[in-house]
Design a protein around this ligand. Structure first.
Ligand SMILES: [Zn+2]
Length: 383
């Protein structure tokens, strides 16, 4: 029997170990992918440290142990199931980890991200059954996945760059929801982080005319502005609290700045990319930068309750929506944009570690240049 090596977590809070396990075989509609690179999100360190078990004890979200994590795998198709007709061994792919049940009303209607059993392969989710059906995350030499999960990669998109598709796609799907495009202004709250930088790259690709961004690190903000100095404006903001759910009584520096940059109207859209631990007031500030009729979408990790004044929301015709992840079709869009050169992925600095260094990599993720650092594990290196 052929075997492979995978990094497995046997207990939350413990290091992963490299284990030799049986090579999986693809079912009829699945493919087997040899993983060449897997993106690692900084949040994975919190997840394997049992963040959900301690912070959100009522959610049955974690995979059964031993578990193979790894959210953003890229690689080469090694084998296809007997009913897979249009992708072939040897093709380069990103594997969208978004799994759904396939049979509920949402899935049958083509809205798989709205499946009540939505589950991330190699991370966590809402269905233990789906986690058991697709137990291979990208921290493994091979994985199986449905053929419908594959995003084909153009030759000029490296496995390492495509390993960033999780953040990129999350930003892309969010901005599609609020109609980012030519003539539009957009405020990216937290523009220099892992998610915010991806939002900036995609806003440039999607034709947004004016891109405003907040952050706390002036040096990183300067690097973001340098991507497109004519279109990107940045402002370093403190985390001083805003009191109450109404507009601040005294002019707030961010709101004054955003209005001045948009002829006094306020921005057409806001995408909130704030990191875990950011206060609700930091998100409220960005919402107050919207023009009348403006729309905001949240893909950030603010966990505090927002003090939103419903009357303000109504009278100003404000839209506020949450968004999680992206469809395989949206992944194909991004691959096409990167292939054509309209989406520039050259700004990422790939920090590639062998699979054998996964634990060291996870514990070293606080040392990064904001969103410019791209953490990648190479499962072809096991020693
Ligand atoms: Zn479903």
């Amino acid at each position: 029997m052929s075997t492979m090596i995978a990094a497995r977590l046997h207990a939350y809070g413990e290091p992963m170990t490299l284990d030799r396990i049986p090579m999986p075989q693809p079912r009829s509609t699945d493919v087997l992918v040899e993983v060449k690179a897997c993106g690692v999100v900084p949040n994975l360190a919190r997840v394997v440290g049992n963040f959900f078990g301690t912070q959100v004890p009522d959610l049955k979200v974690m995979p059964p142990l031993p578990a193979i994590f790894g959210l953003d795998p890229t690689g080469i198709i090694a084998k296809v199931g007997d009913q897979v007709l249009a992708v072939h061994p040897g093709e380069r792919v990103y594997v969208n980890p978004a799994r759904s049940c396939g049979s509920c009303r949402m899935c049958r209607g083509g809205r798989s991200l709205d499946c009540p059993n939505f589950t991330f392969q190699g991370y966590f989710g809402r269905s233990q059954e789906i986690m058991r059906a697709y137990p291979y995350g990208g921290l493994s030499q091979f994985i199986t996945a449905p053929a419908t999960a594959l995003v084909k990669l153009p030759d000029n998109v490296s496995f390492e760059a495509a390993a960033r598709f999780g953040y990129l796609g999350t930003a892309y799907a969010a901005m599609r929801k609020i109609g980012v495009g030519p003539g539009q202004s957009l405020l990216i709250n937290g523009i220099s982080g892992q998610l915010g930088l991806c939002a900036a790259l995609l806003a440039l690709a999607m034709g947004a005319t004016k891109i405003l961004g907040t952050g706390r690190n002036a040096a990183l903000l300067g690097r973001v502005k340098a991507l497109a100095p004519q279109r990107i404006e940045v402002l370093a903001v403190p985390n001083a609290p805003l009191h109450g759910g109404d507009r601040p009584a005294t002019p707030d520096a961010l709101i004054v700045w955003a209005k001045a940059a948009t002829d006094g109207y306020g921005v057409d859209g806001v995408i909130d990319c704030l990191p875990p631990g950011a206060p609700a007031s930091a998100m409220m500030r960005a919402l107050f930068c919207l023009r009348r009729g403006g729309r905001a979408v949240n893909v950030g990790a603010v966990m505090e309750t927002l003090p939103v004044n419903a009357f303000w929301l109504m009278t100003n015709r404000i839209g506020l929506q949450g968004s999680v992840w992206f469809t395989t079709a949206e992944g194909e869009d991004m691959a096409a944009m990167a292939g054509a050169g309209t989406l520039d992925l050259s700004v990422f600095e790939h920090r590639v570690s062998p699979l054998s260094k996964i634990n060291e990599s996870l514990s070293g993720m606080d040392d990064r240049d904001g969103g410019f650092t791209n953490f990648v594990i190479d499962p072809t290196q096991v020693a």
